[in-house]
Design a protein. Structure first.
Length: 263
């Protein structure tokens, strides 16, 4: 390259400014090479395009399947895969180019390097309760919520950070939890079986509300939400199938924004 890329620092090496530029270029080359290989493989196989999306657990379980199955029904030869993992893993896969896009919880001010983030819409967070358990009303305050047996999520995950950030903005410290569970279905089962409560996103509860298995309790003095974010590489080339998937997600966002806030 005709420039010094590394300098010694103690017992290790660090990048110079020129080295940092080359590093960013190399990351994009490697990610693009993965995309090119997949595109060529699709041409050789004679398929009608491929799409690999990564999603955080709740989004990949409840929101993405209807969008992707509808897209597949419209395109006979499409090869569509949805990978479900922690948001950090989904975003790293997007950076590496092993997936085309990621749909995860939106964290303000946390767009990873080399990625473009787009906040699609916000989903309301409500108190999920069993039919006969506490609270014995259809609404609570944050102070009242602090006294209820709360099923939490593991500390450190994106959803937990997002909740803590919003609660602090309302002057409330982190709420104590009787137990922490890592999936919406496990959380709902614990709430229904034990008369506990949880702070859950409305879309995870829809079927349970319709069946009467659970009920939603409004928070009177706070508006808590989960932002739904779309992420892809800055230099990403989108095939017609991938572009159609992004537009379908944006359309879902527009329709969700038009709905009155609630589960």
């Amino acid at each position: 390259m005709g420039a010094t890329l590394f300098v010694r620092s103690g017992s290790g090496l660090v990048l110079t400014e020129a080295g940092e530029r080359v590093y960013q270029w190399a990351k994009e080359v490697l990610a693009s090479s993965v995309q090119v290989q997949r595109d060529v493989d699709d041409l050789v196989a004679g398929t009608a395009g491929s799409l690999v999306a990564a999603a955080s657990m709740a989004i990949g379980t409840y929101l993405l399947p209807p969008v992707m199955t509808a897209l597949r029904a419209e395109r006979t030869g499409a090869d569509i895969t949805v990978q479900i993992s922690e948001p950090e893993i989904a975003l790293r896969a997007t950076q590496r180019g092993t997936v085309d896009l990621a749909v995860t919880s939106w964290i303000e001010g946390e767009t990873p390097d080399a990625l473009v983030g787009e906040k699609l819409w916000e989903e309301p967070i409500v108190v999920c309760a069993s039919p006969n358990g506490p609270p014995h009303s259809d609404s609570v305050t944050l102070a009242e919520l602090a006294g209820l047996p709360l099923v939490g999520v593991p500390t450190g995950v994106s959803y937990h950070r997002m909740l803590v950030e919003q609660l602090r903005a309302h002057g409330v410290p982190e709420l104590p939890a009787v137990i922490r569970l890592g999936h919406a279905e496990a959380i709902k089962e614990a709430v229904a079986a034990n008369g506990w409560v949880s702070l859950s996103v409305g879309y995870t509860m829809r079927a349970d509300l319709e069946s009467g298995r659970l009920r939603a309790v409004r928070i009177r003095d706070a508006h808590l939400v989960e932002g739904i974010g779309l992420y892809h590489r800055e230099a990403k080339y989108f095939s017609p199938l991938q572009s159609a998937a992004i537009e379908a997600l944006r359309e879902l966002g527009r329709s969700r924004c038009a709905v009155t806030p609630g589960p």
